[in-house]
Design a protein around this ligand. Structure first.
Ligand SMILES: Cc1ncc(COP(=O)(O)O)c(C=O)c1O
Length: 396
């Protein structure tokens, strides 16, 4: 009974994409099973432990019986803490009934796109970009419109570019700053123009700010599009705990959005996951209201690693790398190697035993680039740079 011939999938499944970083992990694990030592630079997760006061809050909650269902949109104390945190960091007043807590930030993409975009609606999304955006836009039956992020704009986009892509059919524009896979950021000038266009054409903006605390040139969180005139009622802020507090495996994220949309997103959540575990939400409360030094220390370490990785890559003939302003990725240009991105990523995996992701995994505009996550120890990063230099010297 192991055959698949009798499984007749719904047509819509052919529209759903995936996230290749997880496939790369599987291939790296297969090499490891053969006894090879692989350096993992493919996954977007901090290599730090979750700070201990956050772990303690979850353990205390579990021990005191917090093992039951919670309200779908989140426990009131966490929704309040998220509303306060988001209001303070973005400078716009948000109330707890605008907050929906989810198992990770990812469901916010799925729920928001399903709630807003239907057949024929246009949704603009970044290319290269987090692959799930395009996947869910397709799945929803909407029309995906790629917004090409170019190296010459620091992997942001220009006001002219966004102006040329939106119109009265645009339902939603998705932006992500600091950005995965490039570490780039959207300029304030482009945010301002996007906000003006959102009001003019009456569309909404899903701003994925999951890396907002990992922005090297900012003391606090960078300017959010929600602060521009008319945007508070048109913005969905996606944020979460995975990256900022090294909590990827806990599955805790949230969206902050207009109340009417929050009600609909909650309706999708009750149809899907019912709620987010209570003890995990207690951990999130401790993360937001407790000491922030562990976050600052982690970001300072990421900055040191970024500087080492950028300098090391720029010393390799055929590779050039601009300095990213945020997140924990670099997106080096490998066109000087004379091979396409998939070939380079494969060669680095099977010859150098360095696992990383081809730029094309993030969209066609990622051709000519590879993504390296520097969420790994300085020792491993230094070793990976050596391996990359040697593989490139040997094969090309
Ligand atoms: C741009 C971006 N948004 C959202 C997420 C989702 O994070 P999570 O679901 O772990 O909160 C990720 C994770 O890799 C990401 O890179």
């Amino acid at each position: 009974m192991s055959g698949t011939a009798s499984v007749k999938l719904a047509d819509r499944m052919s529209k759903l994409g995936t996230e290749t970083a997880f496939d790369v992990l599987v291939r790296a694990r297969a090499l490891e099973a053969e006894g090879k030592h692989v350096i993992h630079l493919q996954l977007g997760e901090p290599d730090f432990d979750t700070p201990s006061h956050i772990v303690d809050a979850a353990v205390d909650a579990l021990r005191s019986g917090d093992t039951h269902y919670t309200p779908t949109a989140g426990i009131p104390t966490l929704r309040q803490a998220i509303a306060d945190y988001t209001s303070e960091t973005r400078g716009v007043a948000f109330s707890p009934d605008q907050v929906v807590v989810t198992p990770g930030g990812k469901p916010i993409m799925f729920f928001v796109v399903l709630a807003l975009a239907g057949e024929g609606d246009e949704v603009v999304y970044p290319d290269p970009g987090f692959p799930i955006y395009q996947s869910v836009v397709n799945f929803a039956g909407a029309v995906p419109i790629p917004l090409e992020l170019k190296e010459e704009h620091g992997f942001g986009f220009s006001p002219d570019q966004i102006r040329s892509l939106v119109n009265d059919k645009t339902k939603l524009v998705i932006i992500n700053s600091p950005h995965n896979p490039t570490g780039g950021m959207v300029s304030e000038e482009s945010l301002e123009e996007l906000a003006r266009l959102a009001v003019k054409h009456d569309f909404m903006v899903l701003t994925d700010e999951i890396y907002s605390r990992i922005a090297y040139d900012h003391d606090g969180v960078p300017t959010s599009i929600s602060t521009f005139p008319g945007m508070a009622e048109r913005t969905i802020i996606l944020d979460g705990f995975s990256k900022t507090f090294a909590m990827t495996g806990w599955r805790l994220g949230y969206g902050v959005m207009p109340r009417t949309l929050a009600d609909q997103v909650t309706r999708l959540a009750v149809n899907c996951n019912s709620c987010t575990p209570g003890f995990v939400q207690q951990a999130g409360l401790a993360a937001l209201t407790g000491p922030q030094e562990p976050v600052d220390e982690m970001v300072a370490e990421f900055r040191r690693r970024r500087d080492t990785v950028v300098a090391g890559l720029n010393e390799i003939p055929g590779i050039s790398c601009i300095e990213p302003a945020g997140a924990f990725y670099v997106f080096p240009n490998i066109t000087g190697l004379g091979r396409d991105s998939d070939t380079v990523a494969n060669d680095l995996m099977y010859d150098g035993h360095v696992a990383l992701v081809s730029g094309t995994s993030f969209g066609p505009a990622g051709e000519g680039y590879i993504r390296i996550s520097y969420a790994n120890s300085m020792a491993n990063l230094t070793d990976a740079l050596r391996r990359i230099r040697e593989t490139v010297g040997r094969l090309y």
